[in-house]
Every structure is written in structure tokens, then in C-alpha cells.
Design a protein around this ligand. Structure first.
Ligand SMILES: Nc1ncnc2c1ncn2[C@@H]1O[C@H](COP(=O)(O)OP(=O)(O)O)[C@@H](O)[C@H]1O
Ligand SMILES: O=C(O)[C@@H](O)C(=O)COP(=O)(O)O
Length: 429
């Protein structure tokens, strides 16, 4: 939850449903930086949230069966409506992580139907993190999505950069492009164009955006729209519709304490480079071998025994992160879903053990991994602090399974500079 400023209490204006936990903190980070007071809940909130402008519900629904993702997302929508939210944001990955079955299309269609709406804009553009959309094609830095490291993702390999085509394969409604020229024509013209597309029976418009200014225009055009489906980028353009402006004060967190650790289950290019940089700089690191887990070894116990002798000194790293060839060989042996679940469960047990041993500053790399860790720790709400790198803030969490509050950074696999792990702890020092 962010600091409360002196504003009259009113229901939150924006209700957000994020399909993974790193994605949720990424979105909350952009909302906070644009001037909104935000509370992030882990799972569907069951109690009233405090006086905030936006609520972000973090789900772990990106890779579960589509019907389960739909049911969870609709439950989140109902809870957000109960809190008084009037506009809704379905936060998906900036690399549009999904499979031909979903879950972006099915969840977006179900949310639209429940809201009684017929049309919504979709864009994963987040230029500050080098995600741009042009002619409906998603670029990651200088390369199209299908040439980026995402083509080798363990759970959601992305092999087509044409998002109109990718989304159409997941939807029954019609998907069209809203090209950059329409965005550059300004918010009023863009709104007129959106209305025309809706009149033509289009359900989803994939919107081009290559710079923050495009997202600001789109944000204005979305005033009053019931739903937007987007990465975290569009968040920078929504606060202006509610008379809110960027504020630094929102990012203050209590001082950190305790030992420092990183748990990494992301196999993305950026994370693999961060792991290698940490090790090359002499950081103590323990590699988790999925085949050992499958063979019945007590890998979590070994990792915790190793860590117990080192905690309190330099930050320690426990990682399953591995390059694509190693991941593929594990997946051939164990199956992709089973390997993923097994590694997540082990890393979550390790994270909980590390916290039991006194870790109070914890970086988790990987969206699914973060979901597993946060659930194992029993975290219910997160307060968002300062940004470490685009898309990744420090957060402050109270966890059921920890007697003192924790500083947590949930890092999307793709995000962060190569020295992210050291940078993160340096920022808290
Ligand atoms: N060495 C490995 N072999 C196979 N799967 C792995 C390995 N290491 C991690 N995984 C799995 O890969 C998935 C990575 O997804 P995630 O944590 O969301 O990372 P990212 O943020 O990069 O997408 C997780 O399910 C994780 O358990
Ligand atoms: O939008 C993004 O890229 C991130 O917020 C995100 O969703 C992260 O997903 P993972 O790469 O699985 O961590």
C-alpha cells in the first residue's frame, strides 16, 4: 500500500487483475509513479481495502487451464466491483506470454461479457522496458517477439510477433489493429476511431504504441472505457483522467533489516545474464538441479544447509535458472509442466526456509516463481516502494509465515539490468 496523502476518501477508481505476481508489482509500480495510491493484494481480496486510487489483484493465472483462469479473474472482478472500482485493467505480460488456448483471450472475453461491454483496447507496449508495438507487431528491444529470448520460454514460448494473429487464435470475437497513425491523431480522434471499430463489430483492437507519449494519448482516450487489456505501460496514462499527477512521496518504505537473498527460477535471457554476472562477481550461489529433485533428493534441505553457513554476509543466490538447451533437456526427461511445478515448489520451500533463517530482504526472479514464493510465505498485501529498474520496485510485505515484515522484489524474468541483484540490495542499503 502506498503512503496516504490528504485527499477525500472515495472508492478506488481503478480495479486491476494481473495474471502473475511480478506483473502485478510492475503494474502497481507504474500506477504509483503516475500518482495513484495503490494497494496490491495477493489473490482475490476478501476484506475492504484501505483508501486508495487503485487496487491490483495479483493472480497466478497465466499458465493454468483457461477455464480456471476465467473463473479466478471473474471472482477478482466481482471483488473489485464490490470495492467500488469503476474501470478495470487486465494486466498481461509485456511479451504477451500465452499459449494458443489462452489465457489472454478467454479471460478478456469473459471480463468484457461480465461488464456488459463489447469492445476493448489491448496493448502490451511498455517503451521504458523496450516493449513497443508497431503495425500490431511486438518488438522486444530491437527484435520482433519471435526472435527474442521469449521463443524459448519454458511455459509460454512466443513464436509469432503479430499480436492481432496471436490474440485472434485465442478469441471468438474479432480482433483488429489500431495503427500508430490513429494514436498520433490525438485522444479525441482515437476515441472516435475506437467507437467506429466497435460499431463494425470488432471486439479487441491491438493498439500500436512506440513511445510514452503514445500511451499518454491512449490513456486519455480510455477515460470511461470499462476495460483495458495491457502490459503495465498504459498505466502511466490513466492517472491524468482522475486529476492525479506523479509524486515521489508514494515510494517511501520502512527501513530494511535482516539477511539478504535471491531466489531465481526464471530461465529468461535477462535473468540468466544476471545470474552469471552475480556469480562472476564472486557472489555465493547454489544451483538447484531439477533432475535431482525428480530423483527424490532433498534439494531444498541441501540449499538451506548451504545458505545457513553464509547468511548475514554478502547476499546469497539460490537458482534453478538455466540456458535453453539445459531447460529443454530437463523438459524432455520430466515434461515441461511437471518440471516447472517441481522447481517452483522446491524454490518456494527454499524461500520459506531462508525467511525462517532470518532473510528479510528477498529478491525473487520469475513470475511463476514469485507466485509460488509469495504464496508459500503467506503474503496477503504488498506496499509498493521505489523502482529498482523499469517494471521492478521494492515492496514491503507482511507475511503470515514470518514474524517481521519483509522487503520483497519480484522481478519479471525479462526485466532488470545485468547487475540487477547487487543493484537491488545497494538501493536498500
Ligand atoms: N532448470 C529448469 N528446467 C526446467 N524448468 C525450469 C528450470 N528452472 C526453472 N524452471 C521453470 O521455468 C518456469 C519459469 O517461469 P517464471 O518463473 O515465470 O520465469 P519468467 O519470469 O522468466 O517467465 C518456472 O515454472 C520454473 O519452475
Ligand atoms: O509485463 C511484463 O513483462 C511483466 O510485468 C510480467 O508480466 C512479467 O512476467 P514474467 O516474465 O513471467 O515474470
Amino acid at each position: 500500500m502506498t503512503e496516504h496523502h490528504a485527499r477525500p476518501a472515495r472508492p478506488p477508481v481503478l480495479g486491476c487483475i494481473a495474471d502473475d505476481f511480478t506483473g502485478a508489482t510492475d503494474l502497481a509500480n507504474n500506477l504509483v509513479r503516475s500518482g495513484m495510491r495503490v494497494v496490491q493484494t495477493i489473490g482475490v481480496p476478501t476484506v475492504p481495502v484501505p483508501d486508495v486510487d487503485a487496487v491490483v489483484v495479483a493472480l497466478k493465472s497465466r499458465t493454468i487451464p483457461p477455464q480456471e483462469a476465467v473463473a479466478l479473474s471473474l471472482a477478482a472482478l466481482e471483488a473489485l466491483r464490490t470495492q467500488g472500482c469503476r474501470q478495470f485493467y487486465f494486466k498481461v505480460c509485456s511479451t504477451f506470454d500465452s499459449t494458443p488456448q489462452g489465457n489472454i483471450g478467454p479471460v478478456a472475453e469473459a471480463l468484457l461479457a461480465r461488464l456488459g461491454a463489447a469492445f476493448c483496447c489491448v496493448t502490451p507496449a511498455f517503451p521504458q522496458a523496450q516493449r513497443t508495438v508497431y503495425m500490431g507487431h511486438l518488438f522486444v528491444g530491437r527484435v520482433p517477439l519471435h526472435e527474442s529470448g521469449m521463443r524459448n520460454h519454458p511455459l509460454t514460448p512466443m513464436t509469432d510477433s503479430n499480436l492481432v494473429r496471436v490474440l485472434q487464435a485465442q478469441c471468438s470475437g474479432r480482433v483488429e489493429l489500431l495503427e500508430l497513425a490513429a494514436v498520433r491523431a490525438g485522444a479525441d480522434a482515437l476515441r472516435t476511431r475506437m467507437a467506429r471499430l466497435e460499431g463494425e463489430g470488432v471486439r479487441f483492437a491491438v493498439v500500436d504504441a512506440i513511445a510514452d507519449e503514445d500511451l499518454m494519448v491512449l490513456g486519455r482516450a480510455l477515460a470511461g472505457a470499462p476495460l483495458v487489456v495491457a502490459g503495465s505501460g498504459v498505466a502511466i496514462g490513466l492517472a491524468q483522467n482522475h486529476g492525479l499527477a506523479p509524486s515521489q512521496g508514494a515510494a517511501q518504505l520502512p527501513p530494511p533489516g535482516g539477511a539478504r537473498a535471491v531466489v531465481s527460477g526464471s530461465c529468461s535471457e535477462a535473468t540468466n545474464a544476471q545470474v552469471q554476472a552475480f556469480i562472476a562477481a564472486g557472489g555465493p550461489a547454489f544451483a538447484v538441479d531439477p533432475l535431482q529433485i525428480a530423483a527424490g533428493a532433498d534439494v531444498a534441505g541441501q540449499a538451506l544447509h548451504w545458505a545457513a553457513e553464509r547468511l548475514g554476509g554478502a547476499p546469497v543466490l539460490v537458482y534453478a535458472s538455466a540456458p535453453p538447451e539445459a531447460v529443454q533437456s530437463v523438459q524432455r526427461a520430466l515434461g515441461a509442466a511437471a518440471a516447472g511445478a517441481m522447481v517452483e515448489e522446491t524454490l518456494a520451500r527454499i524461500a520459506r526456509g531462508l525467511v525462517d533463517q532470518g532473510v528479510r530482504q528477498l529478491v525473487v526472479a520469475g513470475g511463476e516463481t514469485s507466485g509460488a514464493v509469495v504464496q508459500a510465505l503467506g503474503v496477503e498485501q504488498l506496499r509498493i516502494g521505489a523502482q529498482i529498474d523499469p517494471g521492478v520496485p521494492w515492496c514491503h510485505a507482511v507475511a503470515r509465515h514470518c514474524d517481521a515484515p519483509l522487503h520483497l522484489a519480484l522481478k519479471s524474468g525479462n526485466f532488470g539490468a545485468v547487475d540487477f541483484f547487487h543493484k537491488a540490495f545497494g538501493q536498500l542499503a
